[in-house]
Design a protein around this ligand. Structure first.
Ligand SMILES: [Zn+2]
Ligand SMILES: [Zn+2]
Length: 243
């Protein structure tokens, strides 16, 4: 059971306890396969969909559900924010390639080493931001702004802003979204079906940028952990491991 449930109880606030219980259920649920259609087994996706349900602006329909209730939009690599290859658990960046090249093996091993810290960071961010959303009377800008994405990104996704090199000067929303998708979520490999899958979901992200939230949460958590490790290694080892 996540820690905030207990902080809610100590605080004696019924609403916090209710939120804590709901989040606990999400976390618990996330370890099991989805029971019903239109329910993601990814904790941050479940929480995200619930937020927009509560705002009475459901984004569920925009997520591209299959007949068996699988969410097409959020097929995340287990190690990062990119799309896993069809039927696989890892993206093309993290999967060992057919030739078992040393570069792909190094990326796989680096991803595996970061996994525990990445998941803890993601869970902490998710808990903090969902709680803040409720504490601020369900203010949608906490989750994703209707406009002014650049300022939100710099404040709440600083490692992403750094990674895609947009911190220096303000960007307007549309070019920023295009730029982020280009830098974070574009497939450059040879597989046509993978490229088509990326193109299809990226078109959805462009139409409804709020859908990027779970992806940006994962990217921020991953980059924060990766940068921390880089700092600890003094910058040398990541050159060898390709992190
Ligand atoms: Zn209270
Ligand atoms: Zn990956």
């Amino acid at each position: 059971m996540p820690a905030y449930v207990f902080s809610g109880r100590e605080h004696g606030c019924a609403e916090l306890i209710a939120i804590g219980s709901a989040m606990g259920a999400i976390f618990e649920f996330s370890r099991h396969p989805p029971r019903s259609p239109q329910y993601s087994d990814v904790a941050e996706v479940s929480a995200f969909l619930q937020v927009y349900d509560q705002l009475r602006s459901p984004l569920r329909e925009a997520c591209g559900w299959t007949e068996t209730g699988v969410c097409e939009l959020y097929q995340f690599c287990a190690y990062c924010w990119r799309r896993s290859a069809a039927g696989k658990s890892l993206c093309d960046h993290h999967a060992v390639d057919g030739e078992r090249s040393s570069a792909s093996t190094a990326r796989y091993q680096a991803g595996r080493r970061l996994l525990g810290a990445f998941e803890r960071q993601r869970d902490a961010m998710l808990t903090r931001e969902i709680l803040e959303f409720h504490e601020r009377d369900m203010e949608v800008g906490v989750i994703f702004p209707d406009q002014g994405l650049w300022a939100w990104l710099c404040e709440r996704r600083p490692h992403v802003a750094e990674e895609v090199q947009v911190r220096a000067a303000p960007w307007s929303d549309e070019p920023l979204i295009d730029h982020m998708i280009g830098r974070l979520h574009t497939y450059k490999g040879p597989a046509l079906t993978t490229r088509q899958a990326y193109d299809a979901v990226n078109a959805r992200f462009r139409r409804q940028p709020a859908l990027l939230w779970p992806l940006l949460l994962r990217a921020e958590a991953w980059l924060a952990v990766r940068n921390q490790r880089r700092a600890n290694w003094g910058g040398r080892r990541n050159q060898l491991t390709g992190v």
